[in-house]
Design a protein around this ligand. Sequence first.
Ligand code: BG6
Length: 481
Amino acid sequence: SKYPQNFPENFLWGGATAANQIEGAWNLDGKGLTTAEVVAKAENRKKMSMDAVNEAVLATAIADQTAINYPKRRGIDFYHHYAEDIKLFAEMGFKVFRFSIAWARIFPNGDDQHPNEAGLKFYDQVLDELEKYQIEPLITLSHYEMPLALTKKYNGWADRRTIAAFTNYTKTVFKRYGKRVKYWLTFNEINTGTWGFHATGALDQDSTKNEQLQLRYQALHHQLIASALATKQLHQLCPMSKMGCMLARMQTYPATPNPVDVQAAQVADQKNLFFTDVQARGEYPNFMNRYFAEHGIKITMHPTDQQILAANPVDFVSFSYYMTTVTQANQDGTAVGNMATGGRNPYLQESAWGWQIDPIGLRITLNEMWDRYQKPLFVVENGLGALDKLVNGKIHDIYRINYLRQHIQQMKEAISDGVHLMGYTMWGPIDLISFSTSEMSKRYGFIYVDQDDQGNGSLRRIRKDSFYWYQKVIDSNGENL
Ligand code: BG6
């Protein structure tokens, strides 16, 4: 046949995690406190409350020296279990493992003069272990955390000086690990920086909505510059390695065929794609300049910024995919209901956390992203958060298998459509602390971890039914679903 029908031979199957959701060991071996470790567990699982951080919340968190209320301080103790966990990933046949480096393990205050050798050593050991099983590392440089000291000193990414601190950290890790790591990502789900603290480390709770947007887009501009500079460093220091950007892709559909709804949906989509547009194409798209002007947002740029962006686009485009949304126009033609919790789609089912499940949307997304960027794509997150039940030592998670199977089928369709797809790292191959609610009971894994929301449990690792299923999927290169 003239078109591809199977997953390519070198397809990178694996799983994805983040330091603050797995490592624990928050105050060991010289590590500094991070922004993720001051966010308490949410009271309401349908309400993402990770950004309700202000000065008072911060002071309380810093005074609390335990991990009881702050689950991201304990994670699943990957810090002490990494060898066992990676062995399990190898047993499933992983070709790639995505994880992030905690900046504060390397530079406890973000801008210390010398890196913390104990922190660097930890990731050496993780890489040694991966090498043992020939699993490629895919490293995220910044996954929803930064040294809290930089929030206090600069208000995080709101201040341009954070760029220099970050690029000093990236230079350090490229020099240390560059030869052994082919694939890197700069900022996890960079677009969610428009939501606030978790991604930018900047406090803005007391300002008006417009002031918030002003601050957040400025902080994000600094991240976009830092991302381009890190890409430049990588290309200079490790010419064999590839840099990717990372977007929380949320395809949105118009609520009706009414052109005002279609147009509002297009604008909502553009605001989502804006970030990858800058990172992959090297310039601010005009629709965004218009949006900023119309909302009184002024991005302060240095004279060389545009050139930095233009000269250093990423090598590949990665994204997370969990759901799609629906957009409806207001009477004035602007969008309503384009957020994760907004417009409901009557044709889709949702998870226990209200996330709308849409496998075909993944095929649509892959096609659109490929058309737009013509750069290799990488699905670096996709998965189902569910309440698993341990029955006689087993977890029969057929719902998770169904979810993943349907999404993998649609990836295969997209490959047949001509999309260049490098790989698939499902989210949370091992149960971990939820990003949005800090619950343990929102489980994604093929591997169950015996720990509850309060942190009680043996931390024992147990293979779920989906573990054996994914093993077959990888072994057959996506044929045996
Ligand atoms: C993505 C994040 O938003 O989705 C991950 O990059 C996160 O860090 C994942 O864990 C799933 O979200 P949650 O809130 O269910 O953990």
